[in-house]
Design a protein around this ligand. Sequence first.
Ligand code: HEM
Length: 484
Amino acid sequence: MWFFDILILSFCYGFIYYFWKLISYYLQIFKIPKSSFNGSLEKVLKFINGDTKFLFEQVFSSLKVNGLTRSWVGPFVFINIIHPEDMKIIFTSKNCLDKPNFVKKYLKLRNGLVFGDIKPWKSHRKILNYHFGLQSVQSMIPMFNKKVKILIDNFEKMVGKKEFDIFYFVAAATLDNILTLMGLDLDIQNKDEKQRDVFIQDVKCYTEIVLLRVMKIWLYFDFFFDRSYLGKKHKEAKSSIGDKLVKNVMKNIQEIPKSEKNFIQALMDPKYNLKDTEIYDEIFTIIIAAQDTSAVALSNVLLLLAMHKNVQNKVFDELRKIIGNEIDYLDLEKLNELDYLEMVINEAMRILPVIPLFFKKNETNLTTNEGYTIPAGSNLFISVYSMHRSKNVWGEDAETFKPERFEKENFEKIHPYAFIPFSKGSRMCLGYRYAMALMKIQLANIIMKYEVDTSLKLDELEFKLNVTLNIVQGHMISLNKRDL
Ligand code: HEM
């Protein structure tokens, strides 16, 4: 009999303990100011309807408050991080490396770096860090130089025509580069438009559905999601990327000489003892992490250059001065001399951050800059867009495109955690060196050859929230050949 008494007592104790923890958690959470994101019936309807433009406006209008706030997104409560000092606390903490559970559950890439569990992350990141260093980037420069010529040839067909959305051209170029980086040269840029766009749409669709799932609360449960239209589309996109790209990368890698060891070969090295599923998830993750981001980044810079002719002329002058009349080949040394171009890229990633928002989770209580406690286990919104446009951080002209902010003496005055297009700390973007080198080579080649123009204005752009920042109007640009 005493056995049952102990059992009941333990159960009661467990229940009270759990309940008490839950109450203390929410008591801490409710001390944090509420954001205006919590809404009326009309807002709720727009939200569950999956209106990602509305979501963008809501998330970032409320987050422009220059301090910590909390908001509910579907069944999840989020703590919105905006202040550079809070960013510093989070990015330097060993207890903020994990991602919220819904990210891992919805992306279904549990063994991959960006969306996976912390245990595989630690070992995979250690293996990969070496292969994403300066030396590896150096070895990829010839390939980047070769592939950009195809992009230029494809642009040639559009010269003198009316404005068109450059995104698909650019996205094909970045995917082509990324797959070749993995040892698989599918020559995607030379495929016909329909075939080319299928690859790109699959990647977009895969991440977009994850966001829609967050908004459509009833799809939280796999049982409903798997049977829904979105669930089926997500599965289709996953198998399409998996069959056409990931499996091909894995098969093809066997034929590449070991002396050309790239990072996929490193992951496959028997000494690391990784399972096929882990390698599969990692390749899938890197395609997702690299493809859309690099394409959006380059498209944004081109759009901003088209909007700001004075800046475009300065980029062109710098290219002429450092490179001469024509680009044959750009090596890393030359790329490093293109200071103004780098400032332009940085300013573009500040004002149009490629990933406007990303997620983290804290494993222990955190005390913020303003003295609030963020209880352990909270989901954190790292609100890049809000911080990058904050007047408190960047000054009254924060909404103006002004590359000179990144001149050494100006940038030194800005908080070191105020500019985070590639994140910061030990989970900072693995591929940022690749991304920067590729972007510089692409931009230098494009701007040397063409003058870009657009009728779009920066302050009239509308945005949709996806994993990357989506411009509703598209990246509409026209091209004219330069007279050299
Ligand atoms: C301009 C282009 C790019 C931008 C703006 C960008 C931005 C970012 C950001 C903000 C994160 C952190 C995301 C998070 O914590 O949820 C990240 C992570 C990551 N990125 Fe990039 N990225 C770019 C290109 C690339 C490329 C080219 C690659 C690979 C070749 C890459 C691979 C990764 C990986 C593997 C991670 C996960 C790192 C980790 O959690 O340890 N990215 N990137």
